[in-house]
Design a protein around this ligand. Structure first.
Ligand code: PMP
Ligand code: GLN
Length: 386
């Protein structure tokens, strides 16, 4: 008997769960699923313990704890010059994942189209399918050493049914940070066709080589049509806290909250106070993390290149893409399933993030949010592949 509803049948177990289970089963080094192997700022962790001990253990308000909403508003104002009213324009969610899904469910009718860039983060097509909407994928192709889209191709993906465009910069799984010109091209299309932009900015603090993160909402005419999403997981190395948020115009927030309240009603309380503290007091810690990650990026890139991979330099996130063909492999899914046995390492096959897997068949993603010794051991093992 088939029990899963038709619109979800194209989705199996996520590749992250599959590959982490493979690492646990084989004892391989896990450079697959993106989670850091060191904790976030100690004082922030203390705040979470204090919140629990202090009795913040019942339902917080639906939109989120007011201290956190205020801290998010101040963060957006100070960092990007974007003013949001904490009471009507900010919503705390169960990670960025819930923020994205609730936004798509609230804003996209069945049959309406949502543009995504491929390779895409795996929850986007699932959220679009849950809404009964239709995804239109625009490919990022490697050009001059980075994954980029063709503005003409993006333009031709817009139809009268297009409702929204999902934008992820810094981009997982490629590490691309969209340039000002690329952001301007997206914004122009949104204005011209009256589209909503849903932006996934969870890696907003993790950019390298002094490349700044520019929220799409800062571009002319975009604040009122952009749903800006972020999360504490990557910024403060607490992926298990699942604390995210949305900044948007009041009518967008009202619509999304209508859906969100019936998905989870509200997000867990103790982490909210701790994240509020971190947004106010731990951005220096994040700066140190960013510097360390840049060093880890360079370390892993050099090691992978020496091991025979063709390596693409990421400008943000903590992932690096490699082309496996120079090593004599052709299929990343096949290679990553055998990699624990071949080299004692786990990685992520990029092809699973495409509508057309062929486009990404020869790419494999490695995470570098790991201790230097772990990266070095992984490199030593991978160098046996050649
Ligand atoms: N978007 C992207 C691009 C991600 O890499 C991740 C994983 N952190 C998420 C969303 C999900 O974030 P969260 O864990 O806060 O739900
Ligand atoms: N965002 C993480 C990654 O891209 C994993 C998130 C997850 O396991 N769903 O690796």
């Amino acid at each position: 008997m088939i029990v899963l509803v038709g619109r979800m049948r194209e989705f199996g177990t996520t590749v992250f769960a599959e590959m982490t289970a493979l690492a646990v089963r084989t004892g391989a080094i896990n450079l697959g699923q993106g989670f850091p192997d060191e904790d976030g700022p100690p004082a922030m962790l203390d705040r979470a313990v204090e919140a629990i001990r202090g009795g913040l253990n019942q339902y917080p308000p639906g939109p989120g704890v007011s201290e956190l909403r205020q801290a998010i508003a101040d963060h957006q104002k100070v960092r990007y010059g974007l003013a949001y009213d904490p009471d009507s324009e900010i919503l705390v969610t169960v990670g960025a994942t819930e923020a994205i899904t609730a936004s798509v469910l609230a804003l996209c009718e069945p049959g309406s189209e949502v543009i995504v860039f491929e390779p895409y983060y795996d929850s986007y097509p699932a959220a679009i399918a849950m809404a009964g909407a239709v995804r239109r994928a625009v490919p990022l192709r490697v050009e001059a050493g980075r994954f980029a889209f063709d503005p003409a191709e993006l333009r031709s993906a817009v139809t009268p049914k297009t409702r929204a465009i999902l934008v992820n910069s810094p981009h997982n799984p490629t590490g691309t940070v969209f340039t000002p010109a690329e952001l301007a091209a997206i914004a122009a299309l949104c204005r011209e066709h009256d589209l909503i932009a849903i932006t996934d900015e969870v890696y907003e603090h993790l950019t390298f080589d002094d490349i700044p993160h520019v929220p799409l909402a800062t571009l002319p005419g975009m604040r009122e049509r952009t749903v800006t999403i972020s999360s504490a997981g990557k910024t403060f190395s607490v992926t298990g806290w699942k604390t995210g948020w949305i900044c948007a115009a009041p009518e967008l927030i009202r619509a999304i909250q209508t859906v969100k309240q019936f998905l989870t009603f509200t997000a867990a309380a103790p982490w909210q106070l701790a994240v509020a503290y971190a947004l106010r007091h731990e951005l220096d810690w994040v700066g140190t993390l960013r510097g360390a990650l840049q060093g880890k990026r360079d370390r892993l890139m050099a090691g992978l290149a020496a091991a025979g991979f063709e390596v693409l330099r990421p400008s943000g996130t903590y992932f690096v893409q490699t082309d496996i063909r120079p090593l004599g492999f052709a299929d990343g899914l096949d290679l990553t399933r055998r990699l624990p046995e071949l080299a004692g390492v786990v990685a992520i096959p990029t092809q699973v993030f495409y509508d057309e897997p062929e486009m990404g068949r020869h790419y494999v993603r490695f995470a570098f949010c790991k201790k230097d010794a772990v990266i070095d051991e992984a490199i030593a093992r991978l160098s046996r592949l050649g």
